[in-house]
Design a protein around this ligand. Structure first.
Ligand code: 4AD
Length: 456
C-alpha cells in the first residue's frame, strides 16, 4: 500500500503543502461542528500525527479508537514544529474496524493489565518506546562487535550438554507421557536424538569452540532456563549476548564489557532521545542523567571477598544472610551498586563452589576468575569469566562436580589442541533493556514473556 511512514512526516517541514498518504491506528478522535481531529500512530514513531478533518458537507463518520485508517491529505505546519495532515472526509478510508470493546479505549492502563493483552500492548506509548529501544540496542550491539573484528555465530538451541551445570535445562522430547519405558536411559535411547536433549541455557561452550578458530566471536540469540524463579528479572526464554575471545584474560573481559556497554548506551541516547525522555518522565526520574553519567565514568570494581566484607559491615537487615561462600542475592547486588558504589560495579573472583566448572581457577585454590556486572535498579546484568584452558585443571573441576565427561568431549578436546587463554561474558539482553528504560519488570521488555506457570 503506497504510503509514507509517520516518522518521515512528523518533523519534515519540507513536506508542507504536499499531498501525502499515511496509515495507522486511531489513538484519539475529537469531533466538533466543522472540524474533527484524529491522532494516528503507525508504530514508526512515538509521536502521533494529527489529522485535521475539514468536514464541510462531506459524510464524516467519526472513527473509533483502535480502528486502522488510510488517510490521504495535504501536509500542513502543526504545533511545535510538527507536521499535521489536513484531510477531507473522502480522503479517509477505514481499513479495519475496532468495536467498542477494544481494550485500549483510555490512556493510563496499568502494566499488569497490559500484560494480559500482549498482542495489543504495542499500541501504547510505553510499549511503542520499549520495542524501539530494544531494536536500537540490538542493532548497536551488532554494530559494536562487527566493527571490532568479531564474527557473529549462531550456536545451537537444542543441545546435549548443560553449559552452566545448574540443572535448569528444559528437556526436548518427542515421546512425552509414557509408561512403556522402564528407565530414564531406555526412554532417552528411544527418543528423537537417541539421548537426552535440552534447550540450551547458553551458547558459550559452542562459542568457545568458534573462538578457538575465529579469535573473536559473539552470539546473540535466545537462551532457555527452567528456573523456578518467579521474579521481576527472570524469564524462561531470554535473549543472550555472548562474546568469546581468544587471548583474553579477566581484565580484558572486564574492559570489553565496559566498552561495549558504553557504546550501545551512547548509541541509544543518540538514536532514541524521545523514548529516553518518555521513560524519564513516566518511569524513572533522572534516567537520562543516569545513563549519561554511566557512559562518562569508569565502572567500579571490587572482589567478591571485599564485597562480602562491605555487606557484612553495612548494618543492613538482609533477608539472605551474608557469609563468605554465599551466592550474592539481588538485595546484595543492589545494595552494592546502589548504596556503596552508586554506579555499575564489577564483582570479581567468586568462590569456585558457586560458579561453573569452566571458569579459570585462581592460584589461591578457593576462587575462580569470574566477573559479574551489577547495576543500580536491576542487579546482575552480565556474568562472565576467564576460562580454564589447562586440560588437567578443567578435568579435575568437572570430576569434582561428577559431570559426565562424554557429553563434553568436543569441549575437552579444545584444551588438547592449541589451547589458549580466553574468556567472555553473557549479557542478559532484557536486563539491559530494563536498565536503560527504567522498566521494573522483565515481562515488560519482551514481546511475549515466558515465565514459570505462564505461556500463551
Ligand atoms: O551469569 P550467566 O548464567 O552466565 C552464562 O550463561 C555464561 N555462560 C555467560 C558467558 O560467560 N558466556 O548468565 C549471563 C546473563 C546474566 O548476567 C543475566 O543478565 C542473564 O544472562 N540471565 C537471565 N536473564 C533473564 N532471565 C533469566 N532467567 C536469566 N538467566 C541469566
Amino acid at each position: 500500500m503506497k504510503h509514507t511512514d509517520i516518522a518521515d512526516v512528523i518533523g519534515s517541514q519540507e513536506l508542507v503543502g504536499k499531498e501525502i498518504t499515511v496509515c495507522g491506528w486511531v489513538r484519539t478522535s475529537r469531533n466538533s461542528k466543522s472540524v474533527a481531529f484524529i491522532e494516528l500512530n503507525d508504530g514508526t514513531s512515538l509521536k502521533n500525527i494529527q489529522i485535521v478533518v475539514e468536514k464541510g458537507d462531506g459524510d464524516y463518520k467519526e472513527p473509533r479508537v483502535g480502528m486502522s485508517l488510510k488517510v490521504c491529505g495535504k501536509a500542513a505546519a502543526g504545533r511545535s514544529n510538527t507536521v499535521e495532515i489536513n484531510a477531507l472526509p473522502e480522503g479517509i478510508t477505514v481499513l479495519g474496524d475496532a468495536p467498542t470493546d477494544y481494550p485500549l479505549q483510555k490512556k493510563g492502563h496499568s502494566l499488569e493489565f497490559l500484560r494480559t493483552i500482549p498482542h495489543l500492548r504495542g499500541r501504547t506509548n510505553t510499549f511503542n518506546a520499549v520495542w524501539r529501544v530494544r531494536s536500537v540496542l540490538a542493532a548497536a550491539i551488532h554494530e559494536y562487535f562487527q566493527s571490532h573484528h568479531f564474527v557473529y555465530v549462531n550456536t545451537p538451541l537444542i543441545t546435549g550438554s548443560d553449559c552452566e551445570g545448574a540443572g535448569e535445562m528444559f528437556q526436548v522430547t518427542t515421546i512425552g507421557y509414557n509408561t512403556e519405558y522402564k528407565s530414564e536411559e531406555e526412554y532417552n535411547a528411544n527418543d528423537f536424538f537417541g539421548r537426552r536433549a535440552g534447550l540450551s541455557v547458553s551458547g558459550q561452550l559452542e562459542g568457545e569452540m568458534a573462538a578457538m578458530a575465529m579469535g573473536k566471536i559473539y552470539t546473540f540469540g535466545p537462551s532457555f532456563r527452567a528456573e523456578n524463579s518467579n521474579t521481576p528479572k527472570h524469564l524462561a526464554e531470554f535473549w543472550h549476548v555472548e562474546p568469546e575471545v581468544a587471548f583474553m584474560e579477566l581484565d580484558d573481559v572486564i574492559a570489553l564489557a565496559e566498552d561495549m556497554l558504553k557504546f550501545v548506551i551512547g548509541k541509544l541516547l543518540d538514536t532514541c532521545p524521545d523514548e529516553i525522555a518518555f521513560f524519564d518522565a513516566h518511569f524513572e526520574k533522572g534516567l537520562k542523567a543516569r545513563l549519561e553519567e554511566l557512559i562518562s565514568h569508569e565502572f567500579g570494581r571490587v572482589t567478591y571477598t571485599e564485597a562480602i566484607e562491605l555487606l557484612k559491615k553495612s548494618g543492613e537487615d538482609f533477608v539472605y544472610p551474608v557469609e563468605w561462600g554465599c551466592d550474592l542475592q539481588t538485595e546484595h547486588e543492589r545494595y552494592l551498586s546502589e548504596k556503596v558504589f552508586k554506579k555499575a560495579v564489577f564483582v570479581t573472583d567468586y568462590p569456585k563452589e558457586i560458579k561453573s566448572f569452566y571458569m579459570k581457577q585462581n592460584p589461591d585454590g578457593k576462587t575462580v576468575a569470574a566477573v559479574d556486572l551489577l547495576v543500580p535498579g536491576v542487579g546482575e546484568i552480565i556474568g562472565g569469566s576467564e576460562r580454564e584452558y589447562d586440560l588437567e585443571k578443567l578435568l579435575s573441576a568437572m570430576k569434582e562436580r561428577n559431570m559426565n565427561l562424554d557429553l563434553y568431549s568436543d569441549y575437552i578436546d579444545l584444551r588438547k589442541f592449541g589451547s589458549v587463554p580466553h574468556g567472555g561474558f553473557g549479557l542478559g539482553f532484557e536486563r539491559l533493556i530494563m536498565y536503560t528504560t527504567g522498566m521494573a519488570n522483565i515481562r515488560d521488555v519482551i514481546l511475549f514473556p515466558r515465565t514459570v506457570g505462564s505461556i500463551r
